[in-house]
Design a protein around this ligand. Structure first.
Ligand SMILES: *Cc1c(COP(=O)(O)O)cnc(C)c1O
Length: 403
């Protein structure tokens, strides 16, 4: 085929011109001048690590999500580890979680020597299905770890009811859901512990960073000790009281988020509402454009939630498409649209297969959804043109492959 015979609507993967000239990532941070100035001011100050900005960030964060306490960590994964420790997970225990998540949600159970047990998800939200949960709870279960997939809150009322009846602890992995609301309550205020991440693709960033929120003061104290070597006071407290004495009371780690990162978090938190509003606008534009597009199922939103839209994950309807997911994925990438897939079900990873003997087929809803999922670009700094490009590319690719 000669170059001149390629029509402008031809897919880039077939030699046509891409919808846009530059690659649009699926997620990215936004850093403004005020962020940079705040970090530089900390670099010039006396405290690079555990100084005044840690408590300031934690207090502002707790207030924003409506929790009594917030404890910062060096990553969302470290925060999950802290929560698994504070829940008392130990060898012989089990914790029930969803396979439709990033591996860290289940890995934190393994860090404590306990066993993650999966339960399948609801078809509409891809969140832990309370109907599947009961059958996965045993006499060894100590905790339940729901994930707010894509930023759509999990069904906490049903999950908490089941947990309360059996004396289980609920750790909500809300790494996708900062700013989301569920039945009029903010995510972060309801579960026994709620975990957030400040990785650059999330709603606010500290480079790497994480947080656990809780309404229980003693849980917060355990989390603070766990993140700092299990020691009962921090260096700044000792300096201010003029004392040298400290005791190690539990086996902790160094998971302390430094002042340099916390001040960035403080600045970013001021823009959270704006970021959320933008993500909700983008989601509304996508849904309006794709609701009627053959071959696409748009993400469900239950009436009792206001999602935070970390992801906008469409599902392909193969009855209406003459291509598989990998072909459509590659075609969208060729149009310079940075699509992604969230998630390979955790039990399908080689580590989980080899250690626990999963063969596939155990969680049909999660597995079936996985084969169809494609995450579209979704971040608060997207421009109007970026959104138009995504809509144009998805429409172009899916109409070409529609049957
Ligand atoms: C991002 C994320 C994490 C881990 O956070 P890090 O800060 O990258 O360690 C855990 N769970 C889910 C669902 C996430 O999306």
């Amino acid at each position: 085929m000669s170059a001149t015979s390629v029509s402008p609507q031809a897919l880039a993967i077939n030699g046509g011109s891409p919808v846009r000239a530059t690659f649009l990532p699926y997620g990215r941070q936004s850093i403004e001048e005020c962020d940079i100035e705040a970090v530089v001011a900390v670099l010039r100050s006396d405290w690079l690590t555990t100084g005044p900005k840690v408590a300031e960030f934690e207090e502002a964060f707790a207030a924003r999500v409506g929790a009594a306490e917030a404890v910062s960590f060096t990553s969302g994964t470290a925060a999950l580890h802290g929560a698994a420790f504070a829940a008392g997970l130990k060898p012989g225990d089990e914790a029930v979680t969803t396979p439709m998540t990033f591996a860290a949600t289940a890995n934190c159970v393994l860090y404590q020597g306990a066993t993650p047990v999966f339960a399948d998800v609801c078809w509409d939200t891809l969140n832990l299905d309370p109907g599947q949960l009961a059958g996965r709870i045993s006499s060894r279960t100590r905790a339940i770890l729901p994930v707010d997939f894509g930023g759509h809150p999990a069904d906490l009322v049903a999950i908490l009811e089941m947990a309360r009846a059996r004396g289980l602890i609920v750790i909500e992995d809300a790494c996708h859901a900062l700013g989301a609301e569920y039945r009029g309550r903010k995510v972060g205020s309801t579960a026994d512990m709620t975990v957030f991440s400040f990785h650059p693709v999330k709603h606010i960033t500290t480079g790497e960073g994480g947080m656990v929120t809780t309404n229980d003061v003693r849980t917060a104290e355990t989390l603070r000790r766990f993140r700092s070597q299990g020691i009962s006071t921090d260096a700044r407290q000792r300096q201010s009281t003029g004392q040298w004495f400290y005791e190690m009371v539990l086996l902790g780690y160094n998971y302390r988020l430094p002042d340099i990162a916390c001040v960035l978090g403080l600045e970013q938190l001021k823009r959270l509402d704006g970021n959320l509003a933008r993500r909700r606008e983008i989601a509304a534009e996508y849904t309006a454009a794709f609701r009627e597009l053959p071959g696409v199922v748009v993400p469900a939103v239950r009436p009792e939630v206001n999602p935070a839209w970390h992801l906008y994950a469409i599902r392909l309807d193969f009855e209406k498409l003459a291509a598989d997911r990998s072909q459509i994925f590659r075609a969208l990438r060729a149009e310079n649209i940075g699509v992604n897939v969230h998630y390979i079900p955790v039990h399908w990873h080689p580590y989980y297969r080899e250690r626990f003997g999963y063969r596939g087929g155990e969680f049909p809803v999660a597995e079936g959804a996985y084969e169809r999922l494609i995450s579209l670009p979704m971040f608060h700094a997207m421009t109007g043109q970026d959104i138009k490009d995504v809509i144009a590319a998805v429409t172009k690719v899916l109409s070409t492959y529609s049957r």
